[in-house]
Design a protein around this ligand. Structure first.
Ligand code: FAD
Ligand code: NAI
Length: 470
């Protein structure tokens, strides 16, 4: 009899876990995956990437019809919102994709162990009343909403909600207050703004979208403001009282000062996410988390406990589905005796608003810091979307593409973009950086005309000092 039930057991079937399980099975390992949810796919497919994009996509059409954007192209329409139907198509997308993972599990012979897995020892977990052992266990338990002290989230009442509640509102709020000017606040705030809500975003810092390039953060806020989102920057929420269907927030300047109140019929708490380690029984295997609650791993995703590895949102790094997926592939490859590589320096990030906001690599601020504060050690170039023929023709002139390159070698250090299709455009920049491209390499690569991507080529030509169309 084999020493263990499985070669590998993955805990969590989000984009990190389900991808690790499928890859491991493809590599010939006997694989099981424990998942507590009723459906596979994790946060991403059930309550994250996919349903939020379903609402963003649908609300974008509504907005274009309602705000005159279609009229300017000769299409006169008076849209009527059928929110129930919009939610149905969101649930359809989620249902189809989560079922798809179930199919892939069956096809690849991955056993789904239903239930919450808890470590018994480093090679055994208890899940669904059963003890399951494996030679290697991968923790891919993801993350959940960071609570704001003093504010009670109750998605069922639709007044103070987290991202899951904000995806499911049964009617458009009159006034929605979004706490946190990060990715979730801006994406879901945009959805409800487009559908008719007045949206106010309260952000603790002096600027929205921390972690992104400084120019991008400033420009993005201007664009969102133009679209109708109000911002209260440098402001912290100190409390919230709910009476019936109304919430009253108290807040004060982050640096201290007079308190003020703000009324809302929906408050979205979106101040970040925290790793899921509660209930996992880490104490049973002597595995500790760091100060941020994350599980530390080495480049083979090994934790400090032999036989236990971890990937995705539960380990340090950006909390992004594609980062989790790539780590899922890599961890399976390490376990199968191969070399699994994830280049953590080249992980694109995208905010799926309109325009989209995307970046990969270093921000200008980080690049200067990396060069010891020497601004002359880098070169930057920005090309406005207004000067890109396709964007201009499509009435999508907001934004720019910005390239940051090392002055001496011309190697591209970072690319940032605000453009209607920036999320698609950034893939080219990531590929270029993965191959160690210089800005000249991008500038001399033939780009199809007329495409938004030509803006990347022109920005690269700008690093060389010779763009054509500006
Ligand atoms: P998760 O997807 O969180 O999956 C972990 C799974 O483990 C869960 O299903 C959970 O039920 C299960 N689990 C936890 N503990 C146990 C246990 N003890 N036993 C059994 N099962 C357990 N990222 C993007 O890249 N693009 C986007 O557009 C995007 N949009 C998002 C929108 C929203 C509203 C949210 C909330 C997140 C979004 N994200 C997006 C982030 C993305 O969802 C996460 O980065 C990604 O899901 C992380 O994958 P993961 O596999 O690490 O964990
Ligand atoms: P976030 O980290 O993106 O933004 C949180 C914001 O809240 C920050 O700007 C922070 O300064 C602010 N904040 C923190 N405490 C505050 C307080 N007390 N009062 C006011 N503001 C406060 O977190 P968010 O938006 O909750 O998203 C969580 C994660 O989910 C993201 O970091 C991202 O990794 C992932 N995600 C990714 C998406 C994508 O890739 N398109 C979409 C949605 C989520």
């Amino acid at each position: 009899m084999a020493e263990y039930d499985y070669d590998i057991l993955v805990i969590g079937a989000g984009p990190g876990g389900y991808v690790a399980a499928i890859r491991a099975a493809q590599l010939g390992l006997k694989t099981a995956c424990a998942e507590a949810r009723e459906t596979l796919g994790g946060t991403c497919l059930n309550v994250g990437c996919i349903p939020s994009k379903a609402m963003l996509h649908a609300s974008e059409y509504f907005d274009a019809a309602a705000n005159g954007a279609m009229e300017s192209m000769g299409i006169n329409v008076s849209p009527k919102l059928n929110l129930l139907k919009m939610h149905e198509q969101r649930l359809d997308a989620v249902g189809g994709l989560t079922k798809g993972i179930e199919f892939l599990f069956k096809k690849n012979k991955v056993d789904w162990k239903k239930g919450l897995a808890t470590f018994v020892d480093a090679h055994t977990v208890e899940v669904g009343g059963e003890k399951v052992s494996a030679k290697e266990i991968v923790i891919a338990t993801g993350s959940s909403v960071t609570p704001l002290p003093g504010i009670e989230i109750d998605n069922s009442k639709h007044v103070v909600v987290d991202s899951t509640g904000a995806l499911e509102l049964p009617k458009v709020p009159k006034h929605m207050v979004v706490i946190g000017g990060g990715v979730i606040g801006l994406e879901l705030g945009s959805v409800w703004r487009r559908l008719g809500a007045q949206v106010t975003c309260v952000e603790f810092l002096d600027e929205i979208l921390p972690g992104m390039d400084g120019d991008v953060r400033k420009e993005a806020r201007k664009i969102f403001k133009k679209q109708g989102i109000e911002f209260k920057l440098g402001t912290k929420v100190t409390g919230c009282t709910v009476k019936g269907k109304k919430a009253t927030l108290t807040m004060e300047p982050a640096k201290g000062g007079d308190a003020e109140t703000l009324e809302a019929d929906c408050v979205l708490v979106s101040i970040g996410r925290k790793p899921n380690t509660e209930g996992l029984g880490l104490e049973n295997i002597g595995l500790e988390v760091n100060q941020r609650g994350q599980i530390e791993v080495d480049h083979e995703f090994k934790t400090s406990v032999n036989g236990v590895r971890a990937i995705g949102d539960v380990v340090p790094g950006p909390m992004l589905a594609h980062k989790a997926e790539d780590e899922g592939i890599a961890v399976a490859e390490w376990i199968a005796g191969e070399t699994g590589i994830v280049n953590h320096d080249v992980i694109p990030s995208v905010v799926y608003t309109l325009p989209e906001i995307a970046g990969v690599g270093l921000t200008e601020e980080q690049a200067i810091e990396k060069m010891g504060g020497d601004k002359k050690a880098i070169k930057t170039s920005k090309f406005p979307m207004m000067a890109n023929s396709r964007a201009k023709t499509n009435h999508e002139g907001d934004g720019f593409v910005k390239i940051i390159a090392e002055a001496e070698s011309d190697r591209v250090l970072g690319v940032w973009a605000i453009a209607s299709v920036a999320g698609t455009m950034i893939a080219e920049a990531a590929l270029a950086m993965e191959f160690g491209a210089t800005s000249e390499d991008i500038a001399y690569t033939c780009h199809a005309h007329p495409t938004h991507s030509e803006a990347l080529k022109e920005a690269a030509m700008g690093v060389q000092g010779k763009p054509i169309h500006i």
